[in-house]
Design a protein around this ligand. Structure first.
Ligand SMILES: [Zn+2]
Length: 159
């Protein structure tokens, strides 16, 4: 069996009165992550895990933040494009395990919808994707609500 593991990490700054999109879900919050696309830190970490597993470089290589095509775009579109790149090389996703690290808001009620959005984009079942969350115990830039971080690992298999 030909299998590979991949790892992804992402961080975004938070800004007051900015939309907060996480896992393709718009969260109710007074501040949100910002960046060139919709700054979906969870989806970006998953993109990098998948690209890394297939040795296809990283998200910044494929989707430059200087490229107008990706400005304000839903990161689920970028994820679909990553899956297409893997598919071209004969890789399919086994499972994904992700961790979001943020102080506020609590995201447990959003996780089912995030799993649905991501599973749909990757063409996997919701059982193949795990999304976990933790705070940073009020420490550092995450603890002060200045930023949000996500980590993801994935397994891919040769089709
Ligand atoms: Zn990002």
């Amino acid at each position: 069996m030909d299998i590979r593991v991949g790892y992804g990490f992402d961080v975004h700054q938070m800004a007051e009165n900015h939309p907060f999109v996480l896992g393709g879900v718009r969260l109710e919050h007074h501040s949100g992550a910002y960046g060139h696309s919709d700054a979906d830190v969870l989806v970006h970490a998953i993109c990098d895990a998948l690209l890394g597993a297939a040795n296809l470089r990283d998200i910044g290589y494929h989707f430059s933040n200087k490229d107008e095509r990706w400005k304000g775009v839903s990161s689920l579109i970028l994820l679909k494009e990553c899956v297409r790149l893997l598919d071209e090389k004969g890789w399919k996703t086994g499972n994904i395990d992700a961790m979001v690290c943020l102080e506020d808001p609590k995201i447990s009620t959003y996780i089912a919808q995030m799993k649905k959005n991501i599973a749909q984009a990757i063409h996997i079942t919701e059982d193949q994707i795990s999304i976990k969350a933790t705070t940073n115990e009020k420490l550092g830039f995450i603890g002060r609500g200045e930023g949000v971080v996500a980590h993801a690992v994935c397994l891919i298999e040769k089709t």
